[in-house]
Every structure is written in C-alpha cells, then in structure tokens.
Design a protein around this ligand. Structure first.
Ligand code: CA
Length: 244
C-alpha cells in the first residue's frame, strides 16, 4: 500500500527518496476536535456584524488567519478589506465565543499516533494558523511534553498564513529538516495547499463535513477518513516512506 502515492510525489518533486525525520501537524481538526465550535463561533460573530458567513464556509476556509477569513466575507459585501479595528474586534469576539463553548477534546487517534511517532524518534512539530491562546495553552495540558515551544509555528510567527507555504517552510526550519524529510498532517483544503506548496508529502485526514475530493484537489498526496485510520495505517506508511 501507498507505494503509488509515494512514487507519484517523488517523481513530481524529482526526488529519489523520503527520509522521514519530522511530522508537521496542523492543530484544529487534527489534534483537537475543535472545528464544530470554531464554525459555530465564526458564523455567530460574523452574522452579529452583518456579515454573511455560514458554518460550511468556516470549514472551507479553515486554516486561514482570522483577518483573511473576515476579509473574505467583508470583500464579498463591500468590495474591499475591513478596517483593521473592525478585524481586531471581530476576531476578539470570535475568540471569546469559541472560548465560551465546551472544551474541545483530543481528536480520536491523535494521541496514539503521537506516541508512535515519538517512539520512532521522529520530531513532532505544530504548524497552526491559530492565534488563540486558550487552545495553544490547552496543547500543553492535553498533549504534555509532545510539542516543544521551539517547535511550534503559530499565527504569531508568520507573515503569510496558509495557503501560503510559509508556515510549513518555517515548520521545516524549526525541525531542522528539509522538505523530503517530513510529512504534513492536515484536515483543511487550505492547509493541504500550504503543505503541498512547501513541497512536503501531505497527508489529508478528512475529519470534517467536506467531500474528501476537495482535499485531493487541494494537492493531498494521501487521504484518510479520520485520524484513527491514519494511526492504524501508520506503521505500514512509515515502512513505505522509509523503504523507497
Ligand atoms: Ca485544521
């Protein structure tokens, strides 16, 4: 299994092999089952400000920075970007609305996958567009000792958010590895685009309501229906990533 997908990646990137050393994880919808709450919060706060924005759109645009997400709705209605003060206000309200919801749990399959990865001596790196301190703090409680602070890329670190490759390129840099020495684990189309644009083998896990084809069209090299499925297939995938 997986040889076809791996070989397709290698030939399109003119590479002879992948030498896996680091695994770059997105956070929302990958490590935390937090996306339904984010979607609710986005729709509620945008609508409160007279901006049309649905829960489904929140999933489609997942991974964009707060400002980029707000400007998608604002541009559609007003033909230009929102004033910076409004962006700040809406994002603060959205963060508060998210924080008022129940604490999101760990995504099933994610803790076990991380244990496997650490046992193999691979370096886990966090690459998120989130700037929500509640979630970033929760990472330390729910995944203790997994992500070292110097191996985390958040909204505070980058100039360009996903789908720009910068967050994942910075993740590689923080891990001290090259593109062919890592894989990306992502659940959102925009995150998949970012991983793909960074030249990294990108594994999509479809943990939300979107059609899986959207993730393949965004450039995913492999698609799993859940984190559990990726976890169950990890040994087989790792063997193949190391063999070629
Ligand atoms: Ca995500």
């Amino acid at each position: 299994m997986f040889e076809t997908e791996i070989n397709r990646y290698l030939s399109s990137h003119h590479l002879a092999h992948i030498r896996l050393r680091a695994v770059l994880f997105d956070m929302d919808g990958v490590l935390f089952d937090s996306m339904p709450y984010h979607a609710d919060a986005w729709a509620e706060v945008m609508n409160r400000h007279g901006l049309r924005f649905s829960r489904e759109e929140a999933f489609l645009h997942e991974g964009r920075t707060g400002a980029a997400t707000i400007n998608i709705a604002y541009n559609r209605q007003y033909g230009h970007d929102a004033p910076p003060e409004l962006i700040e206000q809406i994002y603060a309200e959205k963060s508060a609305a998210f924080a008022s919801r129940p604490e999101p749990g760990r995504m099933p399959g994610a803790p076990e996958l991380l244990r496997k990865i650490q046992a193999q001596g691979l370096v886990p790196v966090l690459v998120t567009g989130s700037g929500q301190r509640t979630l970033l703090e929760r990472l330390g409680h729910q995944y203790p000792g997994v992500f070292a602070p110097e191996r985390m890329v958040t909204a505070f670190d980058v100039k360009h958010g996903k789908p720009h490759p910068e967050p994942y390129l910075m993740g590689l840099q923080k891990a001290g590895v090259q593109a062919h020495e890592a894989v990306v684990v992502e659940n959102a189309p925009i995150g998949v685009q970012a991983g793909h644009a960074a030249g990294i083998f990108t594994i999509a896990v479809n943990t939300g309501p979107l059609d899986g084809q959207v993730l393949l069209d965004a450039g995913a090299d492999l698609l799993f229906p859940s984190m559990q499925a990726l976890c169950e297939n990890w040994e087989e995938l790792y063997r193949n990533l190391s063999a070629v």
